[in-house]
Write a protein that binds this ligand. Structure first.
Ligand code: OFO
Length: 162
């Protein structure tokens, strides 16, 4: 049986993962409306990744005999002034998610819920990758500045994400 406070924290994390999927889907739609199809594809794939992150938590809560509590998902921002601003926001969002995972991990440790501590190791590793990916794209956008040719090339590159 899962510890009650850990279950609550996991349900809140499940909501954050679903909110992440929603946020990246909004970014994807915004990019597509601006004809940046490669950026849009990258964000759509990212949105799908977040749904997988959510699904893992959902499955884990149920596997432990817990109760899934699906909460309201807030309406995300719909438009960003530039690709740079969107990716800066994505990077900041990933840092927020990392801190959130750490909080759930610390709670699980304090409650001696070692199964959840073990389960969350996957997220700790995943967040290193998620932060690095978004930070790298912010850095590339900084390099190319406002040049349309640079944006076009990066759009081509990001469109290759599967
Ligand atoms: Fe992008 O992070 Fe989920 O976990």
């Amino acid at each position: 049986m899962i510890n009650e406070s850990v279950q609550k924290a996991l349900n809140e994390q499940l909501n954050k993962e679903l909110s992440s999927a929603y946020l990246y889907l909004a970014m994807s739609a915004d990019f597509e409306q601006k004809n940046l199809f490669g950026f849009a594809k990258w964000m759509k794939v990212q949105s799908g990744e977040e749904l997988k992150h959510a699904d893992k938590i959902y499955g884990f809560i149920l596997e432990r005999g817990g109760k899934v509590d699906l909460m309201t998902i807030e309406k995300p921002q719909q438009s960003w002034e530039s690709a740079m601003k969107a990716f800066q926001d994505a990077y900041e969002h990933e840092k927020f998610i990392t801190n959130s995972i750490y909080s759930v991990l610390e709670l699980s440790q304090s409650q001696k819920d070692y199964a959840t501590v073990e389960f969350l190791q996957w997220y700790v590793k995943e967040q290193v990758e998620e932060e690095a990916q978004t930070e790298q794209i912010v850095k590339k956008l900084e390099m190319i500045g406002d040049t349309p040719a640079g944006l076009f090339m990066l759009d081509q590159e990001l469109g290759h994400r599967e």
